[in-house]
Design a binder for this molecule. Structure first.
Ligand code: HMG
Length: 401
């Protein structure tokens, strides 16, 4: 039985900031962001576009675009580090938003950028065990990445959700159920204390932790892991696109056994196996737990890799835990390129001036307030389905949920 991703869709906020504008404001050489980090734009969510709104919109899209009957969904798993409640999971809001059946399981997974990968792994095992009894799982990654104004992490923010339907009828990518490399170690590389809406990070150390985790996952996957040059595409967690270059260099040197400077062969390998699928990450920024799946979506929408192509997926969650998995592109996957392409969303985006960006980032938010209202119209947003309207007596209010 093949198990994997049957359908995918994403939703990104309406607004974005140009990294050139940010560099100018901060008095930083534009090339530091455009070439040093390889970032171009970053999505910025207004208060009305919270993690529930992003997740529900992506989830509704995935069912509609791939003609999946909501009654076939028997599990909803949401990976996020932007939870909206200490107790109530976003998965339950999604369950209602999509009018799913009641004999369904629903939960939220948190482990920094790893949550959705844990959810995907659980969904594969749930189906393989027979417990799904023919049902499909809806796995959604949803996050708003915020470090705050004038921090080193500021150019590596972003926001968005990626929704996947996982089943035993994968139309896009099948996953090897047992070929996995895993790693966990307690490190303080990135964290967000309960009272904060912005993350704290020891940025350079976090890069080191990410690469150590990648090397450990390669070792743990063992001799059945294909050689890096045998992969048609290598997808990595993308906090900023330059990190994928660092990761690929590390992946190759872990195999070749030396930490040599970037060679022509390494550059060619990166240009073929990694760089082509970073265009969405470059436009949207870090979407935390969805970022490796945004790269997967980019690969699938382009349809350049032949049917049966082998793909590696490296997922890293600060703190830290990581996994390296292997997948295969399903025959005919490129037929779905149009349904997967978020080009219309990108084209409809509005570029914020830096003053608007700073104003938006300084909005106080609803934390601790019993009654509070968002003002979507102030940002030119129609109050569409699932828009977050604020709180009434501490209860979150959404259009249609
Ligand atoms: P920084 O200290 O501002 O930047 O922080 P830098 O000095 O390291 O420069 C960045 C790059 O730009 C360097 O390239 C410079 O050489 C280059 P590198 O040497 O690394 O290849 N550069 C220039 N290039 C061209 N022209 C110039 C120029 N100037 C400099 N004029 C940092 C960068 C990424 C650390 C910061 O933005 C940060 O803290 N980001 C947040 C943390 C992060 O993204 N960590 C990544 C690994 S951990 C992870 O992925 C997990 C995460 O997603 C969270 C989760 O799991 O939930 C973050």
């Amino acid at each position: 039985m093949k198990i994997g991703v049957e359908a995918m869709a994403c939703h990104i906020p309406r607004h974005y900031v140009g990294l050139d504008d940010l560099a100018d404001l901060r008095g930083v050489d534009r090339r530091k962001f455009s070439s040093g980090l390889d970032v171009q734009n970053m999505a910025i969510a207004t208060p009305a576009e919270d993690a529930v709104y992003l997740a529900a919109t992506a989830a509704e899209k995935v069912l509609e675009k791939f003609d999946i009957d909501p009654n076939d969904i028997g599990a909803v798993v949401v990976g996020t580090e932007t939870g909206v409640d200490h107790s109530k999971p976003i998965a339950v809001y999604l369950h209602e938003a999509l009018s799913l059946r009641t004999n369904c399981t629903a939960f939220e997974v948190k482990h920094a950028c790893f949550g959705a990968s844990a959810g995907l792994s659980w969904a594969v095992d749930w189906i393989a065990s027979g417990r799904a009894r023919g049902s499909k799982a809806l796995v959604v990654a949803t996050d708003i990445a915020r470090y705050g104004l004038e921090t080193a992490g500021e150019p590596t923010q972003g926001a968005g959700a990626v929704a996947m339907v996982v089943s035993d009828e994968p139309r896009l990518l099948s996953l090897e159920p047992a070929l996995v490399g895993e790693y966990t170690r307690n490190v303080m590389d990135f964290w967000r204390p309960l009272h904060r809406s912005e993350a704290l990070t020891d940025g350079h150390y976090s890069i080191e932790c990410y690469l150590t985790a990648l090397r450990a996952c390669i070792d743990d996957a063992g001799p059945d892991l294909p050689s890096v040059e045998d992969f048609d595409a290598c997808l990595y967690h993308v906090p900023f696109p330059k990190m994928a270059l660092k990761a690929h260099s590390c992946h190759r040197s872990a195999e070749i056994g030396s930490d040599t400077a970037r060679t022509d062969a390494e550059r060619a390998s990166y240009e073929t196996r990694v760089a082509p699928w970073l265009s969405l990450n470059r436009e949207i920024g870090n979407v935390y737990t969805g970022s490796v799946y945004l790269a997967l979506l980019d690969l699938l929408r382009q349809g350049q890799v032949p049917d049966g192509g082998t793909v590696s997926l490296f997922s890293y969650g600060s703190g830290c835990t990581a996994s390296l998995r292997v997948g295969q592109l399903v025959d005919g996957y490129h037929r779905y390129a149009d349904r997967l392409d978020p080009a219309d969303q990108l084209a409809a985006r509005v570029r914020l001036t830096i003053e608007e960006y700073e104003e938006l980032m300084s909005e106080p938010g609803s934390q601790g307030l019993a009654d509070w209202q968002t003002h979507p119209e102030a940002w030119g947003l129609p109050a569409s389905r699932f828009t977050y309207l604020g709180t009434k007596s501490h209860v979150r209010q959404y259009v249609g949920i």
